[in-house]
Design a protein around this ligand. Structure first.
Ligand code: NAD
Length: 256
């Protein structure tokens, strides 16, 4: 896909799915702002991208902090003169029921996974308007559609991302700003490996194998496979697509 002259922000861009998006967008010519709260990993990724000619800057920011959300938009405009694409990908995945989840964990999950999308979009949309349009892709999860036990805060936050994406799409369609939502299934990233560790008391390899066998395609997804869908939706090839929700889940959501 051709993203020359396009400027993209990827939140949570230092790791996993966000990292794959940042790399794919930069390889296809976009100027990319990697916005992530993990400073060292973000800076190392951007350095690597620049070493092969990618146009990228690091923006070390926490999407739950309003000043940081504003800074993501401001630093992007200062570096690249505008914003065309926003991938709202930053997320955390604590486990627990409504009984075992503390209020602190509940609030933190909603803050990153849902409020973070509101905050960054709030500051980015005026810049997209100045450009005459744009494309936003919000990363939800299969847990926003169907779910599993012990995922109360995460599933609630990801269901919220789907609803928010639809209303955002309707609010800004007339201004040429498209908003879509992607629901990954079980994807091999640091987040998934941490979830396996928490779920298995030290036997995470076995847990990962079990999860693999649960997949209709018989394997975990890769971050790059999810990035393919996100990058397509961000591109002009998806020009008639807005307000839609796409699963990239190896068939998991189809299973009864
Ligand atoms: P990951 O943990 O590998 O990467 C997440 C990134 O987000 C990290 O770099 C982290 O530093 C960053 N981040 C976390 N909180 C932040 C904050 N407050 N501000 C800025 N950055 C922050 O995770 P991943 O698996 O690549 O997940 C990416 C997205 O995909 C998340 O929204 C996740 O919920 C979603 N998702 C993942 C899976 C999966 O199986 N891996 C499945 C469904 C949905």
């Amino acid at each position: 896909m051709d993203f020359h002259n396009k400027v993209a922000i990827v939140t949570g861009g230092a790791s996993g799915i966000g990292r794959a998006c940042a790399l794919a967008l930069a390889r296809d010519g976009a100027a990319v702002v990697v916005a992530d709260k993990d400073g060292p990993t973000t800076r190392a990724l951007v350095e690597g991208m620049r070493s092969w000619g990618g146009r990228a800057i690091a923006c070390v920011a926490d999407v739950t902090v309003e000043q940081d959300a504003a800074r993501i938009a401001n630093e992007t405009v200062a570096a690249f003169d505008g914003i065309d694409i926003l991938v709202n990908n930053a997320g955390i995945q604590p486990q627990g029921t409504v009984e075992t989840t503390s209020l602190e964990t509940w609030n933190a999950t909603l803050a990153v996974n849902l409020t973070g999308i509101y905050l960054v979009s709030h500051y980015v949309i005026p810049e997209m308007r100045r450009r005459g349009g744009g494309s936003i892709v919000n990363v939800s999860s299969i847990h926003g559609l169907v779910t599993a036990p012990n995922m109360a805060a995460y599933a609630a936050s990801k269901g919220g991302v789907i609803a928010l994406s639809r209303t955002m799409a309707l609010d800004f369609a007339s201004e040429g700003i498209r908003v879509n939502c992607v629901c990954p299934g079980v994807v091999d990233t640091p987040m998934l490996r941490e979830a396996a560790r928490l779920a298995s008391a030290g036997r995470s390899d076995e847990t990962l194998k079990q999860w693999q066998h649960m997949q209709p395609l018989g394997r975990l997804g890769t971050p790059e496979e999810v990035a393919e869908m996100i990058v397509f939706l961000a591109s002009p090839r998806a020009s008639f697509i807005t307000g839609s929700v796409y699963s990239v889940d190896g068939g998991l959501g189809a299973r009864f």
